[in-house]
Design a protein around this ligand. Structure first.
Ligand code: KG4
Ligand code: ZN
Length: 345
């Protein structure tokens, strides 16, 4: 494959732009995080996220082009996250991409955020099909089966909270700053023992549920407080993380075996979790199934993953147009297969 893509990602609280060559060579990967300003509110406030994107987007795009040492006429296409995400946040990236594409006469490609997370793998190594992706982020917990490039089948998903959302909510209960995932991860590693919390297996389903676990943590803390007993946050963090990691690992390994995949990958912000990475690596090694976890900066939201995904879409002839809209609930659909008119709906 031969192409040069500029990608923009603004679906949540990172304003990001990146230039990627041939779907695997990162020429630049600029991420302006808003975490510092969202911290004060203990989470992402959509209106504040949008304002930040407006302030940052032009600077971030210019920096991505400058760092890549290219000019717009070198590019083959502009890619942008079309959804899912916060609609106001998405629209800022989409409008910037449209303006850029229009001004420079470039095609525009709308990318699904989760497909982007999965294609972070392509920046590390060639993807091996059939492949199983565990996507765990602040907004998503999904098991996705891919029989080839551009083919996505969601075989399991969360029925309530996303894994990252559960991490952030439990962190809040423990008075930890936003985003809570990394703090719980660190504390879990410091603990000698963990509190015993339930695991939501949902029988044979590949679906997930984390809201019961979150309630169990809240009740446990509440009970100790009422009895005037000492709370050890590290032990709560470890108990919570052990439950999340065990369920994610067990279901992923079972699905990998059931579907006979050649590779398992993990993606999304929560895949930065050391406990989860170690557990998946160990369990899949035992089964002899190759496992890839991209480096941490490619696991959390970034535009290089959007560019990598767009590179394959570009090769397949997929194009969007200037009528593109932000799709907060965009479904993960294959870009090859039955509705293969080489356009996205
Ligand atoms: O993919 P991402 O950057 O944004 C979304 O698309 O949601 O994921 C952000 C999520 C947050 O919920 C954050 O707490 C979680 O990823 N996270 C972690 C860790 N690092 C980030 N969760 C657990 N352990 C970590 N080390
Ligand atoms: Zn994400």
């Amino acid at each position: 494959m031969e192409n040069l893509i500029l990608a923009i990602e603004t679906s949540c609280d990172e304003t990001a732009a990146s230039v990627v060559r041939n779907g695997n060579e990162i020429l630049s990967n600029v991420v302006a995080s808003q975490i510092e300003s969202q911290k004060r509110f203990g989470g992402v406030v959509p209106e504040i996220a949008s304002r930040h994107h407006v302030e940052q987007i032009t600077i971030v795009i210019e920096e991505a082009l400058a760092k890549a040492n290219i000019v717009p006429s070198d590019l083959d296409a502009v890619a942008v996250t079309e959804g899912p995400g916060l609609v106001g946040a998405l629209l800022i990236g989409i409008n910037a991409a449209k303006a850029f594409a229009f001004a420079h006469g470039l095609p525009i490609i709308g990318v699904h955020h989760i497909a982007g997370h999965i294609y972070a793998t392509a920046l590390v190594e060639e993807m091996q099909f059939p492949l199983l992706a565990l996507v765990v982020s602040g907004g998503h917990t999904e098991l996705v089966y891919m029989k080839e490039h551009g083919s996505f089948e969601v075989i399991g998903e969360t029925r309530d909270d996303a894994a990252g959302e559960a991490y952030d909510k439990v962190a809040r209960v423990l008075n930890l700053p936003y985003p809570g995932g990394p703090h719980i991860d660190r504390m879990a590693h410091e603990a000698k023992r963990g509190v015993e919390f339930p695991r939501a297996w949902l029988e044979d389903s590949y679906d997930f549920s984390f809201s019961g676990l979150k309630s169990a943590v809240i009740n446990y803390k509440h009970n100790l407080e009422q009895r005037g007993e000492k709370i050890v946050p590290e032990e709560i963090a470890k108990g919570f993380q052990d439950s999340v990691v065990e369920v994610l690992t067990t279901k992923t390994v079972r699905a990998a075996k059931d579907f006979g995949v050649k590779q398992v990958i993990v993606a999304g912000g929560v895949s930065a979790n050391r406990g989860l990475r170690e557990s998946l690596r160990k369990a899949l090694e035992q089964e002899g199934i190759p496992f890839t976890a991209p480096p941490l900066n490619l696991c959390t939201d970034n535009a290089a993953m959007i560019a990598a995904c767009a590179a394959y879409m570009y090769e397949a002839g997929v194009r969007s147009d200037l009528s593109m809209n932000g799709l907060p609930g965009k479904e993960l659909k294959s870009w090859i297969g039955e509705n293969d008119n080489l356009r996205q709906s």
